[in-house]
Design a protein around this ligand. Structure first.
Ligand SMILES: Cc1ncc(C[n+]2csc(CCOP(=O)(O)OP(=O)(O)O)c2C)c(N)n1
Ligand SMILES: [Mg+2]
Length: 889
């Protein structure tokens, strides 16, 4: 039974208990009261009584009026500033949509204006020479409000404002916070719902990691994250709150704008989102501050001695609260207060307008200030502020509290007029329709106040730093052992080669400490357990236990100064940590070098949206898709064998992806990645697949570095007998070795020579090809440029055959840049399954036999060998031509 459904069978007894509690609160304080209450509950439970746990408190503000900290600000000036910001935020959307249909949102910021205003005026400190700055995640759809304020401060021009959502000509403003598009302004992309809250938690965690490892001082810096109440339904929004609670991240403040609505309608029409979130967050160990009611309610609370008003507030559901605010004072009187005669009596001397003025907490700057001040002071827990607001506040008949409000981007003149009057905006009637921007004149107290407030907080926000001090990257020779042959009989996988490189990097005197190895509970899979002891696993509290394997060399060592981020089975969290580290150059001015290694199958397809956000954020770091390839991770089967992560990587414009085969290729790629990202400070990030198949690695051939980086180089030249046909064989990753074996078959069985090309990146070859093709199209009379792949193949004979451990589309990317149309791409399309590598490669038709058959068929198509030779090859290699297509079985 819910608390509110239990009848009060003995009010006098209730009163006695309450008075006793009051006495304790007054005489001995809240701590003692808390202790006594817990004792009572504990006693009752021990005696066998069923007392269900409730993480909820009453549906009132958490901070009682007498404990509110008062704002030192000038409330009247702030009100005028906020009114102008509101107007301009609305105006920019209306103006942008006058002649275009670019869209935009009015209602979200209208509900959140006070929440931002108080932050900008009093709390959010900018990055300065001596202070690291607070990190503020702005809710995506509230961007117009942030632009409006920046405009009033002279940071954005009229022209930029008028080009809201019209970015192509270079003078516009992004629809939402996008560092890629406004790299000096926005820090955090938030508009894909759920990613902001998740990333903010890991930003706060990473800030503490940097502090514990001695890179920076805490300085009381905070991460603030704004989000919508509808957004909280995304699993990503709530998925990591227990981590924040467990790690006691008191440098983290969530502000959830509970306007009770999402896009289509109410968030919890039949319940109360604030109460639901309260229990979620309290259960996860957060400090919860509810800001439900504004100050105008206080006289009513004082008179509510019997708790009837509270009861009414508790029994109303959000759907009703929304409806109330879409109507008027008379409706609220009748339907809210009218339920109980005592309440009607309570408001009998109030006019309908007075009733209408009864405000919600999130619109009361005093309540919001008090909540923020309390959050800043709170220690030992992260804080969430649940602020109740009205969606479309001020939009009147155009959308206030209406289900359609989210998508309103136009307002009728009568609504604009009402908005103007409500917020006292100096725009004459005849100008209303064009919704001109308003600003405080130079020298006005309001403008002075706005600037002064920001100066006191260190400068303007949002602002983003583009570069940090470059790092000194070791030369390729530092990885010498990997450039040499592994040696006769000494087999290793590219994963092992990667771990060696990582080990060398963490030992590097110049950059070793900046390296951040990140794993989602798979260190042992990748052979990285040696790093547990060597580097330590980061834990803010160190290690409070003797690890089971303490007597071993490589024991499980947790350490406050640990370097490794062990995220547990949590790819989205690990990815968020990686993003925090990969953007640390910008958020903290310290370039960190994150290497996040994971099962490649649980990468892009699992956390693809975060990978996209990372691109937007100009993240710099390495992602390692471990145990990659559809046939190379042999035993695991359908859900583990990745044949498409490279294609997903190709969808991210600034993600550079490689599928290397040999240790020296890996060394060249990583060394150059370090140079590009941390020396040259290019805004790219790397995706590299590494495999678990062991084989010998040759020494690096002379002069192949450039080719490795561009995406392909000649590995072995075929020696053909005079007039014998030739083929060009391309391969990547482990399947390159099948290609080499296929070349041997062709030579041995059919006297055909093959040039073998190691393709380290089909993705990069395609990008280069497209770029060249485009340039040539636009410069029809200039000497044509030549793509790298064409440069490699243009003077070579024969058809081109490619085989990889990925879908055919992967190698097929280069088709249109080849000098010949005789091209066949082999690849592993279809669902994976468990078996041996040999069987899988046969099944997916990517092995040496298929390479040879594909080459023979292409030669036959060019009439360089008779067709019956192809049939002969099919028979010779035991291929059943009637075998079903692996894609379909
Ligand atoms: C992942 C994702 N899904 C859907 C959307 C589309 N969308 C944008 S805002 C919105 C409603 C937001 O409601 P709420 O979080 O309550 O924010 P409010 O505007 O009410 O403050 C939706 C569905 C999105 N941006 N991201
Ligand atoms: Mg909402």
């Amino acid at each position: 039974m819910d608390m509110q459904d239990i009848p009060d069978t003995d009010p006098q007894e209730t009163q006695e208990w309450l008075e006793a509690l009051d006495g304790v609160l007054k005489q001995e304080g809240a701590h003692r009261a808390h202790f006594l209450l817990e004792q009572l509950v504990d006693k009752a439970r021990r005696s066998g009584a069923y007392i269900p746990f409730s993480a909820n408190t009453a549906y009132i503000n958490t901070i009682p009026p007498q404990l509110e900290e008062h704002s030192p600000g000038d409330a009247e000036i702030e009100h005028r500033i906020r009114s102008y910001v509101r107007w301009n935020a609305m105006a920019m959307v209306i103006r942008a949509n006058k002649h275009t249909n670019v869209g935009g949102h009015i209602a979200s910021f209208a509900s959140a204006a006070t929440l931002y205003d108080v932050g900008f005026n009093h709390f959010w400190r900018a990055q300065t020479d001596t202070f690291g700055g607070d990190l503020v995640f702005v809710q995506g759809h509230s961007a117009p409000g942030v632009y409006a304020r920046a405009f009033m401060l002279g940071r954005l021009t009229n022209e930029q404002m008028d080009n809201f959502r019209q970015e192509v000509d270079g003078k516009g403003l992004s629809s939402y916070p996008h560092p890629w598009l406004m790299p000096d302004f926005w820090q955090f992309p938030t508009v894909s719902m759920g990613l902001g809250p998740l990333m903010a938690i890991y930003q706060a965690r990473f800030m503490r990691y940097l502090k514990d490892r001695g890179f920076l001082e805490a300085q009381g810096r905070k991460t603030w994250a704004f989000m919508g109440d509808g957004e909280m339904d995304e699993p990503e929004s709530l998925g990591a709150i227990s981590l924040a609670g467990r790690e006691k991240l008191d440098n983290l403040i969530f502000v959830i704008n509970c306007n009770l609505q999402r896009l289509d309608g109410p968030v919890r029409g039949n319940g109360k989102i604030i109460q639901e979130l309260e229990s979620d967050f309290r259960g996860a160990g957060w400090n919860v501050i509810k800001v439900i009611w504004g100050g105008y309610w206080e006289p009513l609370f004082m008179r509510d001695t019997k708790g009837i008003l509270l009861k009414r507030m508790a029994e109303c559901v959000d759907g009703e609260y929304q409806t109330f605010k879409s109507k008027d004072g008379a409706y609220v009187r009748k339907h809210f207060f009218g339920k109980y005669p005592e309440l009607l009596e309570m408001v009998s001397t109030m006019t309908d307008d007075d009733i209408w003025r009864l405000n919600r907490g999130g619109h009361d700057p005093h309540k919001v200030y008090a909540a923020y001040a309390a959050a800043m002071k709170h220690t030992g827990q992260p804080t969430v502020i649940l602020a109740k607001t009205i969606k479309g506040y001020g939009m009147g008949e155009s959308g206030e509290s209406q289900n359609i409000t989210h998508q309103q981007k136009k307002m009728g003149t009568s609504s604009i007029k009402a908005f103007r009057d409500r917020f006292a905006i100096p725009v004459p009637d005849d100008k209303l329709e064009e919704a001109p921007y308003v600003n405080f004149p130079e020298g006005s107290p309001e403008l002075k106040y706005m600037h002064e407030r920001r100066q006191a907080l260190g400068g303007y926000q949002p602002a983003r730093r583009r570069k940090a001090e470059p790092l000194e990257i070791p030369p390729l020779s530092a990885f010498e052992t990997l450039l040499k042959a592994s040696g006769e009989g000494r087999e290793l996988s590219t994963t092992m080669a990667f771990v060696r490189i990582l080990t060398m990097l963490v030992r590097d005197k110049k950059i070793g400490k900046f390296v951040v190895p990140i794993v989602p509970d798979e260190s042992r899979t990748f052979g990285m357990e040696g790093m547990f002891r060597q580097l330590g696993i980061y834990s803010h509290v160190g290690q409070l236990y003797t690890p089971q394997d303490a007597d071993q060399l490589m024991f499980y060592k947790e350490d406050q100064k640990g370097q490794v981020l062990q995220e547990g089975i949590n790819e989205p969290g690990a990815m968020s940590s990686w993003i925090a580290a990969a953007t640390s150059y910008s958020t903290h001015g310290i370039s960190m070098i994150p290497f996040y290694i994971y099962y490649s199958m649980f990468g892009f397809q699992r956390v693809g949206d975060l990978a996209w956000a990372a691109g937007d954020m100009r993240a710099r770091g390495f992602l390692l898709g471990g145990t990659a390839g559809r046939t190379t991770l042999n035993g695991e089967g359908l859900q583990h064998e990745d044949g498409h992560s490279h294609l997903l990587a190709a969808t991210i414009p600034n993600c550079v992806a490689y599928d290397p085969t040999y240790a020296y290729e890996l060394a060249v790629i990583i060394q150059d990645g370090l140079r590009r990202m941390y020396q040259e400070q290019e805004d790219v990030y790397y995706y590299i697949t590494v495999m678990n198949e062991n084989y010998e690695h040759p020494a690096m051939p002379e002069g192949v570095e450039k080719g490795i980086l561009k995406g392909m180089y000649l590995l072995r030249e075929g020696k053909s007998k005079k007039n014998a046909p030739k083929v060009q064989l391309l391969g990547s990753g482990t399947i390159l070795r099948e290609v080499i074996a296929g070349a041997d078959l062709l030579e041995k069985d059919f006297g055909i020579a093959a040039d073998i090309w190691s393709v380290t990146s089909f993705n990069e070859l395609r990008r280069d090809g497209l770029d060249v093709q485009r340039w040539n199209m636009l410069h029809p009379e200039a000497a044509p440029r030549v793509s790298h792949i064409e440069t490699c193949l243009k003077d070579r004979e024969g058809p081109v055959i490619a085989s990889t451990d990925y879908m055919k589309m992967f190698a097929d990317q280069v088709r249109s840049f080849l000098p010949t149309h005789h091209f066949h791409a082999l690849g592993a399309d279809g669902f994976g399954r468990s078996d041996t590598r040999e069987k899988l490669r046969q099944f997916f038709e990517v092995d040496r036999n298929y390479v040879a058959v594909a080459a023979m068929k292409a030669l036959a198509d060019m009439e360089l060998v008779p067709r019956k030779k192809v049939t002969e090859a099919i028979k010779k290699y035991g291929i059943n031509p009637e075998k079903p297509n692996p894609t379909t079985v």
